[in-house]
Design a protein around this ligand. Structure first.
Ligand code: ZN
Length: 173
């Protein structure tokens, strides 16, 4: 049975380090971690999570976009574990959009992201995949990808005037 794990909060050094590459996706510890990440992100109404957020400094992210109370307009997709994710190319075009983070509860920020990206990752079965994401999914991927190199969305916010509490954000929807 998957375990709901504690989510590291901003200020904890695990969120600021470089995550290590996973050499064997079939490792039972990696498979268990993926199951726990899937359960934890669903329980927290997240649309993505990265292993460092569960105190595991590994290059592993989950993208799990679906409409939920925190992101009512998120597109539906099958939750996907991505091992050793890479960004292969990015569009010149960027767009600002509001983001939140399970490691920074109560805060939203307006973050510029590339609107289209090409990515590569290993599936949990060890298959190499290349995909193209645009708009909201491109944003979620870039947010989670930042976590494996120790970056948080607040690092990319261009002005403190573009920060808002979750409560105020919800009030404006
Ligand atoms: Zn985050």
């Amino acid at each position: 049975m998957p375990i709901l794990r504690q989510i590291a909060q901003m200020g904890h050094p695990v969120l600021r380090g470089m995550a290590g590459t996973i050499s064997n996706p079939a490792d039972p510890a990696v498979q268990t971690l993926i199951d726990d990440m899937l359960a934890t992100v669903a329980d927290a109404n997240g649309i993505g999570i990265a292993a460092p957020q569960l105190f595991e400094p590994l290059s592993l992210i989950i993208v799990a976009s679906r409409p939920n109370p925190r992101y009512p307009h998120a597109p539906e997709m099958l939750p996907t574990a991505m091992i050793n994710p890479e960004i292969l190319w990015v569009s010149d075009e960027k767009e600002k959009g509001w983001e939140g983070c399970l490691s920074i509860p109560g805060l939203r920020g307006l973050v510029p992201r590339h609107t289209r990206i090409g990515v590569r990752y290993l599936t949990r079965c060890g298959e190499l995949r290349e995909e193209e994401y645009r708009d909201f999914l491109a944003r979620v991927f870039q947010h989670e990808f930042d976590h494996v190199s120790g970056m948080l969305f607040i690092d990319r916010v261009e002005s403190t005037l573009e920060l808002m509490t979750e409560k105020e954000y919800v009030r404006r929807q």
